[in-house]
Design a protein around this ligand. Structure first.
Ligand SMILES: NC(=O)C1=CN([C@@H]2O[C@H](COP(=O)(O)OP(=O)(O)OC[C@H]3O[C@@H](n4cnc5c(N)ncnc54)[C@H](OP(=O)(O)O)[C@@H]3O)[C@@H](O)[C@H]2O)[C@@H](O)CC1
Ligand SMILES: [K+]
Length: 490
């Protein structure tokens, strides 16, 4: 499992490393060597390297890398921010071990190098860049030279993936140590970093064990054990029955996309429930999917009970009328696992507590799949602040349900604080109906008894991989049919 550590968590690991007998100087030496190795692997022809060194340990890593690269015959100039005598501790020692050319940052010649190593600021960046640092970053970005960032590109907040004050070095690649940070994966951080090289720098296992991950990268290792493969003696209802609530006749597409996706994700049976005129439209398109009209009360309680429905999807094309609200209440009362999407968020504008109360009436797992706009609509003026990771985590705790905050870096967060960030979604997924498919996959997995967090994380990953299978020209209708190829690879 690929853990992500916050910059703060990383600081705790550093302190624990010292306590476990591995000094900061050793870690810095290994970090600088890892930077030099990345530089030479990625830019084997670079003969002239400009190293920008900042006032903290990030700069210290830069001085070590400068020394190692110079020993290997590469021409190096270090351009340092601030007075060398102001350096402290390991960084001061690394700087005094560097005997080559050093200039003031303001004197750096950005036309000279084949490669720039950015060791200005890493995890210790505490405020937006200004003054000489900001000017240097502007000149680096205008230089057209490739940049290898040390730990994180200077200006990027490793916790959030945001450029503090909107200014950060644009790296061609980033060399980081020990663990990825959320900012390497969340956008725009992922784009600002470029590909990331992750190096082991000799951190003792005991020091790592003490640090709580901020999140995980969304990969099959995270959820594969919880997502079932059908048993040899399975029949359609033991595999899990999904029901999807359909909106009116002229808005049936979204529910159908969700239903087909749930089926492809492995549900044994899928039923679409909707008004007769809507079902007539569905009937023209589906074959194995069953169609049922609501009961006399306008809901689906009898169907959920008699047909042993394990999971429902409500929201895609559902409309905001009383029917969808009743369907949600009845699904919770029936103990169904529940995927909540799209129109349901418009039924509780600025009232997440209202939705949380309704969710809490049932025992089944619940996953909500809002994009940023729906998230804002649901939470209104009391929306949680911070990065996408922080907002999703806070929302999950408030709602007592899994939150899937959709985007190119979809975050899945559980009420217990676990979170996964996806980095596999191609841009082709930004297309109408893709969210309905995601809700359906999630319901399909929850119907097979996958817990909500694992089901949602798996759904997000599968959705991204299915989109990659289709590639350019993708429309949402293509996604369910691409799922078998991805599932077979698991
Ligand atoms: N286990 C690991 O991963 C290891 C990590 N290592 C490395 O250590 C790095 C973290 O080092 P770090 O804590 O010294 O912080 P760093 O980023 O160098 O900056 C701190 C300095 O910058 C200053 N400063 C801050 N913001 C500023 C601004 N906007 N404008 C101007 N100044 C600003 C700040 O001043 P202050 O805020 O205190 O006034 C302070 O002087 C990490 O990224 C990695 O490269 C390895 O060496 C070993 C193992
Ligand atoms: K840096």
């Amino acid at each position: 499992m690929i853990e992500l550590l916050s910059p703060q968590g990383m600081g705790e690991v550093d302190r624990a490393s010292a306590a476990a007998g591995v000094s900061g100087a050793t870690l810095m030496d290994n970090a600088g060597r890892a930077v030099a190795a990345s530089a030479q692997r990625r830019w084997p022809d670079a003969r002239r390297v400009l190293v920008l060194a900042g006032p903290g340990n990030n700069g210290g890593d830069g001085f070590v890398a400068a020394r190692i690269l110079a020993e290997r015959g590469i021409e190096i100039v270090v351009a340092a921010l601030g007075d060398r005598s102001a350096l402290r501790g390991d960084a001061a020692a690394a700087a005094s071990a560097w005997t080559g050319e050093t200039r003031d940052l303001a004197q750096a010649d950005y036309a000279w190098p084949d490669l720039i190593v950015d060791a200005l600021f890493g995890a210790g960046l505490s405020r937006p860049l200004d003054g000489a640092a900001a000017e240097a970053v502007g000149r680096v970005n205008a230089s057209g030279r490739p940049v290898l960032a040390v730990d994180v590109p200077s200006g990027l907040d490793g916790a959030t993936g945001e450029a503090l004050g909107g200014l950060a070095v644009q790296a061609a690649a980033t060399a980081t140590f020990v663990r990825l940070k959320p900012g390497h994966v969340l956008l725009p951080g992922r784009s600002i970093c470029g590909p990331v090289d992750l190096a082991d720098i000799g951190t003792p296992a005991a020091a790592l064990a003490a640090a709580k991950p901020a999140a995980w990268l969304n990969r099959p290792e995270l959820w594969a054990d919880a997502v079932p493969t059908p048993a040899i003696d399975a029949h359609k209802y033991t595999r899990g029955h999904v029901a999807v609530w359909s909106g009116p006749a002229l808005r049936t597409g979204a529910a159908r996309l969700a239903a087909v996706a749930a089926f492809r994700a492995g549900a044994g049976a899928v039923t679409i429930v909707g008004e007769r005129d809507a079902l007539q439209v569905h009937a023209a398109h589906v074959t194995a999917i069953m169609l049922r009209e609501p009961g006399e009360d306008g809901g689906w309680a009898d169907i959920l009970k008699e047909r042993r429905v394990a999971a429902v999807a409500i929201g895609p094309g559902a409309g905001v009328g009383d029917g969808a609200r009743l369907a949600l209440a009845q699904a919770r009362a029936a103990g169904c696992a529940t995927v909540i999407d799209a129109d349901v968020f418009s039924m509780f504008p600025g009232d997440p507590e209202g939705l949380a109360k309704l969710i809490a009436t049932g025992q089944g797992g619940a996953a909500l799949t809002p994009h940023d706009g729906e998230f804002a609509r649901l939470f209104g003026s009391a929306a949680p602040a911070g990065s996408r990771l922080e907002r999703a985590t806070a929302a999950a705790a408030r709602l007592g349900a899994v939150i899937v905050l959709k985007g190119p870096d979809t975050v899945v967060a559980a009420p217990d604080g676990r979170a996964a960030i996806a980095d596999n979604a191609p841009p082709d997924l930004a297309t109408a109906g893709a969210g309905d498919v995601l809700a359906g996959i999630c319901a399909g997995l929850m119907a097979q008894r996958a817990p909500a967090f694992e089901a949602a994380a798996a759904a997000v990953w599968l959705h991204g991989e299915a989109a990659k299978v289709v590639g350019r020209g993708l429309i949402a209708d293509d996604l369910p049919a691409a799922l078998p190829a991805v599932l077979q690879r698991l």
